[in-house]
Write a protein that binds this ligand. Structure first.
Ligand SMILES: CC(C)(COP(=O)(O)OP(=O)(O)OC[C@H]1O[C@@H](n2cnc3c(N)ncnc32)[C@H](O)[C@@H]1OP(=O)(O)O)[C@@H](O)C(=O)NCCC(=O)NCCS
Length: 359
């Protein structure tokens, strides 16, 4: 059975409770990649950090929580929001990059898969509900929604639960100032095939993987403090290269996606973009509008959560969407039926993706 449209019928998210301000890092000694301590005071580093990223604070999970635990909460909320009977879900697609990393351990735990753990945690018994993980860098949740659409359009599924969950606080190097970017969080949605006549839901998508020069822009590496065990590795990035890569490639991917939907930038009501750096996101949007030669960017086009939630990788876009959909974010950010919205993400791989969506 195939469907005319594929729509998101419910969303959910989990924002961890532990608030970590930039000041929390004051105790840390920061070193550069060569192990040389920075001369600036913590206050100066924290101010600069806020200035270049927009991040004031971020959220971490509690000691006893794991990525699968918070994925279960977000997933359950999306199921409740959509009203689907959980035993009728055909697929559970879980985007993440590090699996469950328990507090005070350095091992990624992926057996069983995070999707299997989440399906178990949700209490779903139907063996025909296929649960699998998706590792695609930060764009994992957007990619999961694209997977869901493909499976639904091919007739292999009718209802999919797409979850994003990440606990980056478990894999950061506390001696690397770039670690202040990262946070924890989970978001989810139910994606369903429907028989509606007018065009709605996912209109188009665009995906690209750049691996020639870009594959190792994000990687695992040793701590910046030289006296630790070099075999213990943490999330590392070539931030400036990522920044430039994103500016050069994300706007055109977003435009290609809109072109495929036969839509113009002036039709777009909201853009939900991966929250990695506020300055980077504003510049991406500026360049997107420039591709259309549009000078005036609508003030409320891009809801932002980065100031208070930081970068929870796969978690940012679904969490932001859930917050806006439920009216839980500051600013003029409501959505109404028929609005054209654009999802976009960029991250490790380097992968870029976008979805044009009729709400
Ligand atoms: C990492 C990142 C914040 C660095 O910002 P940047 O503007 O590129 O930084 P630069 O290396 O050009 O340095 C600019 C200034 O900021 C400082 N700086 C750089 N990183 C910093 C950090 N993490 N904290 C505080 N200060 C920092 C530099 O020392 C420099 O200071 P100066 O002007 O006094 O010399 C930024 O490149 C970034 O966010 N990149 C993309 C990250 C991303 O998307 N990651 C993907 C995760 S999915």
């Amino acid at each position: 059975m195939s469907f005319k449209n594929v729509i998101i019928t419910g969303t959910g998210s989990y924002i961890p409770e532990v608030i970590v301000s930039n000041d929390t890092f004051a105790e840390n000694e920061f070193y550069d990649a060569n192990g040389v301590a920075f001369e600036s005071s913590h206050k100066e580093i924290a101010e600069k950090f806020k200035h270049i990223t927009g991040i004031e604070e971020r959220r971490y999970v509690r000691k006893e929580q794991t990525a699968s635990d918070i994925g279960i909460i977000a997933g359950r909320r999306a199921i409740e929001d959509s009203g689907v009977d959980l035993e009728t879900i055909d697929q559970i697609i879980v985007a993440h990059n590090f699996g469950d990393v328990r507090s005070n351990t350095i091992q990624t735990d992926l057996v069983p898969s995070i999707a299997a753990r989440i399906k178990h945690g949700l209490g779903i018994e139907n063996p025909s509900c296929v649960a699998y993980d998706l590792v695609f860098g930060c764009p994992g949740w957007v990619q999961g929604v694209i997977h869901a659409k493909s499976f639904i359009m091919s007739g292999m599924a009718k209802k999919c639960l797409v979850i994003a969950t990440e606990t980056l606080s478990r894999v950061i190097d506390m001696h690397d100032r770039d670690s202040m970017i990262y946070s924890d969080g989970a978001g989810a949605c139910i994606v369903e095939g429907v028989e509606s006549d007018s065009k709605e839901g996912i209109l188009s998508y665009e995906v690209a993987s750049y691996t020639k020069d870009e594959a190792y822009f994000l990687f695992l590496g040793k701590s910046n403090i030289t006296k630790t065990d070099p075999k213990i590795r943490y999330i590392k990035m070539h931030g400036r290269k990522i920044y430039e890569f994103a500016l050069n490639n994300v706007p055109s991917a977003m435009k290609t996606c809109l072109d495929k939907a036969d839509a113009d930038i002036t039709d777009v009501k909201k853009i939900f973009i991966h929250q990695a750096n506020e300055k980077m996101d504003f510049e991406i949007i500026k360049r997107l509008y420039r591709l259309y030669k549009v000078r005036n960017i609508p003030e409320d086009i891009m809801p932002m959560s980065i100031h208070k939630l930081g970068n929870s990788s796969v978690g940012t876009v679904p969490t932001l969407f859930d917050l806006v959909k439920k009216g839980n974010i500051e600013g003029n950010h409501s959505l109404k039926k028929g609005d054209l919205i654009l999802f976009a993400s960029v991250g490790a791989g380097m992968n870029i993706n976008a979805i044009a969506y009729r709400y």
